[in-house]
Design a protein around this ligand. Structure first.
Ligand SMILES: O=C(O)CCC(=O)C(=O)O
Ligand SMILES: [Fe+2]
Length: 397
C-alpha cells in the first residue's frame, strides 16, 4: 500500500477540466493529505474543478472529464507531474478532438484482415474541421470476473488484484477492461543497462516515403510513423506485425531480450512467457502514438481476454486511455522510467490508448509491449487452421 503523505506531490488543475475522478480501487484508501483548493476531493467521487487549484496528492493516475486542455502551471516552483500533453495549438488539432482518432496516421485504421483499402472519394472535400467528440450508448455488459475468470499469462487477473506491488488504475467491470500499474520493479542500474542495450541493439525502423517525383532532390522524406519501432517474436515464429498500413517483419528475440522478457514476466507473476513484443522508440516529445487499440488479428484481443504488458524506459510520457463509447472519460497515467503497466481483459475491444505529443520532452523513451500471438500468420511455421483456444483457468479443486 502506498503511503499517501510521503508521496504527496503538488500539481495544478486547470479550470477547463470539468471533473476529476479517482478510481475508488486505485489505492484502496482515502488520502489523509489535506487538499488545497476550493473543493474537497476524495477517492471515488467526482468533483467539479472550479478553478485552477492545487492539490497535494500522491497521484499516479487520473480519470478526467473533457475538455482536457492541460495548461502549464504558471506559478513558479510548482512541481507538476501532470505535464501538459500538448501545446494549446495541438489541443485544437484534429488529433485530439477527432471522435475516433481516425487521422490518416492513426494506428487503428486497418480493417480486421489487416489490408488497407482506399476510400473512394465521392467528390467530397477532405474534412478540415475536426468532428466533435460524441458519447455513444454504453455497450452491453461483458461477463463479470465471477462469471468467467480473467486468465492471462497463467495468472488469474487483474494483476493489481493478485500480484504484490501492483496498483489498480482502471477497474471497469462493465467493459471487462482493467489496467494495472507497478513502479520500481527493477533497480536503476538494470534499467539503465536495458535502455542502452535496447537503443544500440534493436534494429529500429522509422518508415518513410521518399519525396514525390518532380520535387526537389533533397526534399525531406515523409515520415509514415511518428516514432521508430521494431517487432520481436520468439524463435521460430515468423508472424509479421501490420498496422497503420505498415508491415514489420519478425525479428527473433535474442538471448539478452529473452532475459529482459523473463525478468518482466517475473515482476508480473506470469507463468508463461509472452511470445511477441512490439518495441517503440520516441526520440523526443513530438514522437507519439495516436489513439488506437491493439486489435490486430494476431492477438484476437477484441474477441477474447488479452494481456498486454508494457515497460517504459527513459523519458516520462503521458499514457491516456478512453472508452470507445465515451471519449470524455479519459484516464491519464504518467509512465516513468522503469514503470510497468498492463492492459487486461477486453481493453482493446472497449478502449483506445495513446501517447500524445509533449513539447517539453527532449529525452528518448523506449517502450516495450509484450503480447501473446494467438492466431499465427499463414506464412509462420506455428500457423494452425483454427485459432488457439482461449486460455482458461485450471479447474477449481
Ligand atoms: O508507448 C506506449 O506506452 C504505448 C505503445 C503502444 O500503444 C503500442 O505499441 O501499441
Ligand atoms: Fe497500443
Amino acid at each position: 500500500m502506498e503511503n499517501w503523505s510521503s508521496q504527496a506531490r503538488t500539481f495544478a488543475f486547470p479550470a477547463s477540466w470539468q471533473y476529476a475522478q479517482f478510481d475508488p480501487n486505485f489505492h484502496g484508501q482515502r488520502p489523509s493529505t489535506p487538499l488545497q483548493g476550493q473543493c474537497q476531493l476524495y477517492h471515488g467521487c467526482q468533483v467539479p474543478a472550479v478553478h485552477p487549484m492545487e492539490l497535494l496528492y500522491p497521484l499516479h493516475a487520473l480519470t478526467l472529464r473533457h475538455p482536457v486542455s492541460l495548461a502549464a502551471p504558471d506559478g513558479s516552483g510548482i512541481q507538476h507531474p501532470l505535464r501538459p500533453c500538448a501545446t494549446s495549438a495541438q489541443l485544437q488539432s484534429q488529433e485530439d478532438t477527432f471522435e475516433d482518432g481516425m487521422t490518416s496516421s492513426s494506428d487503428c485504421d486497418l480493417p480486421p484482415d489487416g489490408k488497407r483499402r482506399r476510400r473512394r472519394r465521392r467528390g467530397k472535400r477532405k474534412r478540415t474541421k475536426p468532428r466533435p467528440l460524441k458519447k455513444k450508448p454504453l455497450p452491453p455488459p461483458e461477463e463479470t470476473l465471477e462469471e468467467r475468470a480473467l486468465w492471462g499469462g497463467g495468472v488469474l487477473g487483474p494483476l493489481a488484484r493478485v500480484c504484490d506491488g501492483w496498483a489498480c488504475v482502471l477497474h471497469d467491470v462493465h467493459r471487462r477492461s482493467f489496467v494495472s500499474y507497478r513502479k520500481q520493479a527493477f533497480p536503476a542500474s538494470t534499467l539503465h543497462q536495458w535502455r542502452q542495450t535496447l537503443l544500440s541493439r534493436i534494429c529500429w525502423r522509422k518508415p518513410e516515403r521518399p519525396p514525390k517525383e518532380g520535387k526537389e532532390q533533397n526534399a525531406p522524406c515523409e515520415a509514415l510513423l511518428p516514432r521508430s519501432a521494431a517487432w520481436l517474436t520468439l524463435p521460430g515464429c515468423r508472424c509479421e506485425y501490420q498496422y497503420a498500413g505498415l508491415r514489420f517483419p519478425a525479428a527473433t528475440m535474442p538471448p539478452w531480450f529473452l532475459e529482459i522478457t523473463d525478468q518482466v514476466a517475473q515482476a508480473c507473476g506470469l507463468k508463461e512467457r509472452p511470445n511477441s513484443c512490439n518495441a517503440n522508440l520516441y526520440k523526443g516529445g513530438m514522437d507519439n502514438v495516436s489513439w488506437h487499440c491493439d486489435d490486430e488479428p494476431l492477438f484476437d484481443a477484441t474477441g477474447r481476454d488479452a494481456l498486454i504488458i508494457s515497460l517504459s524506459l527513459g523519458a516520462t510520457r503521458s499514457f491516456c486511455l478512453r472508452p470507445k463509447d465515451d471519449p470524455f472519460e479519459e484516464t491519464l497515467l504518467q509512465l516513468e522510467d522503469g514503470d510497468l503497466c498492463t492492459m487486461e481483459g477486453l481493453c482493446q475491444k472497449h478502449y483506445r490508448h495513446r501517447v500524445p505529443p509533449e513539447e517539453d520532452v527532449s529525452e528518448y523513451r523506449v517502450n516495450l509491449t509484450w503480447r501473446w500471438i494467438v492466431q499465427h500468420d499463414e506464412g509462420c511455421p506455428f500457423h494452425r487452421e483454427e485459432k488457439l483456444p482461449s486460455e482458461s483457468p485450471p479447474n477449481p479443486k
